[in-house]
Design a protein around this ligand. Structure first.
Ligand code: ADP
Ligand code: GN1
Ligand code: MG
Length: 364
């Protein structure tokens, strides 16, 4: 691939900007896409430029079709309720071709979003109230999409939260052991294998019709929501690449996995990592309120299972990527995926120990 400067120069000429943007370098802490900040000096207006990850999203055009459909649906609803559609949903800047993306001479897909000003994405919970507000916003996001025609959505990553399938992929990576790393991570491998039955619980409930399929976000970690700096409300849900039919308990669970942890996702000192029951309760209350009474009895009962399943699945995905040679998640240091996997398994174990408390909180 040509260097970033050359690519960016070519790309920037292809979008419909109100002024000439200046490239300000890499931005944010996402694990998947390559995100950059742009600024238009005359107006001070900022924009987000992203090179989409085609290793993860094999059909970027379909991802953009989903995003255009979902954001225009949200826009309408936000206007109806008297909100600000320029800040409360992502807004795509079109390319000069009129398409919502540009394909460069190397075949890379680029897109641009208006920057959500005066709001922040957090990597760790700063206050209970922020976490509560993020729960309200993610719950509300599901409500806003409750009448979205699910059959028009593309499955941007097939079987994304099919934990049984994730387990099968893990086994394949283990059998192949492409990097010769399996011998050194036997404890982590045992941890996954021992819990094979857990991988099936939610998938099987869905198949039996015991919990409903909804339009969900599927990647509800705290840094995929912007908190308004002034009002402290969850102003905008971002990272819409994985909006697809899914389980509400998984949206709940992925937020717990990341936000209710007492340490960072890649913390090395595992003594610092636990699942805070206080934050679990705060999020539970916010999420149920945000869903406005739409969660069924069995969904409410399965909220703790959503948390455990998402954490187990994510740890298994980090371990799979470690075994395969770190091709999926961006890493910033040696063993990064292994460190991430270990925090997830520490959380799973902690949730198992606190299961009765989690059930009591969820169902009260
Ligand atoms: P990834 O899929 O790699 O996680 P995201 O779409 O989540 O990529 O973007 C990465 C980060 O960029 C976000 O966590 C956030 O900090 C920032 N970001 C993305 N879109 C916007 C936006 N429209 N306004 C402000 N910041 C944004
Ligand atoms: C990725 O894109 P990002 O960083 O918001 C991943 C999630 C994982 C998460 C772990 C498309 O989320 O599924 O839970 O990392 N997104 C994709 O932090 O695979
Ligand atoms: Mg993200």
């Amino acid at each position: 691939m040509a260097n970033v400067d050359e690519c960016v120069k070519e790309v920037l000429e292809q979008f419909q900007f109100a002024g000439i943007p200046v490239f300000k370098g890499g931005y944010g802490n996402g694990h998947i896409n390559q995100t950059y900040l742009l600024e238009i000096p005359e107006t001070g207006k900022k924009l987000i430029l992203q090179r989409m990850n085609q290793n993860v999203f094999k059909k970027p055009v379909e991802v953009m079709e989903n995003i255009m459909g979902v954001t225009s649906h949200l826009r309408k609803k936000i206007i109806e309720r008297g909100g600000d559609p320029d800040r409360e949903t992502l807004n795509v800047v079109p390319a000069k071709s009129g398409l919502p993306y540009y394909v460069d001479s190397q075949g890379e897909y680029w897109r641009v979003y208006h920057f959500i000003e005066d709001a922040t994405c957090y990597d760790q919970v700063a206050s209970d109230e922020d976490f509560y507000q993020s729960a309200l916003a993610f719950g509300n996001f599901q409500c806003l999409l409750a009448d979205y025609p699910a059959e028009t959505l593309h499955e941007t990553i097939p079987a994304f939260h099919d934990t049984k399938n994730r387990f099968a992929n893990f086994k394949k990576a283990l059998d192949a052991d492409a990097m010769g790393r399996a011998a050194s991570v036997q404890r982590e491998i045992e941890f996954v294998l021992k819990r094979e039955a857990d991988a099936a619980i939610l998938v099987d409930m869905l198949a039996k019709g015991e919990i409903p399929l909804r339009v969900t976000h599927n990647d509800t970690k705290l840094n995929n929501i912007m908190i308004d700096n002034a009002t402290r409300q969850g102003i905008c849900v971002i990272d819409l690449d994985t909006v697809m039919p899914g389980l509400s308990v998984n949206d709940f669970g992925d937020s717990i996995r990341f936000g209710a942890s007492t340490a960072a996702e890649d913390e090395i000192d595992l003594d610092k990592v636990s699942c805070s029951m206080h934050l679990f309760e705060v999020y539970c209350e916010g999420f149920k309120k945000g869903c406005q009474g739409r969660l069924t009895k069995s969904e409410i009962e399965m909220l703790p299972m959503g948390a455990k399943t998402m954490t187990y699945e994510c740890g298994m995905r980090f371990l799979t990527d470690y075994l395969e040679g770190d091709h999926y998640f961006k890493i910033h240091r040696e063993n990064h995926n292994l460190d991430r996997c270990r925090t997830q398994f520490k959380l799973v174990k902690d949730m198992e120990d606190k299961w009765d408390t989690m059930m009591k909180i969820a169902t009260k």
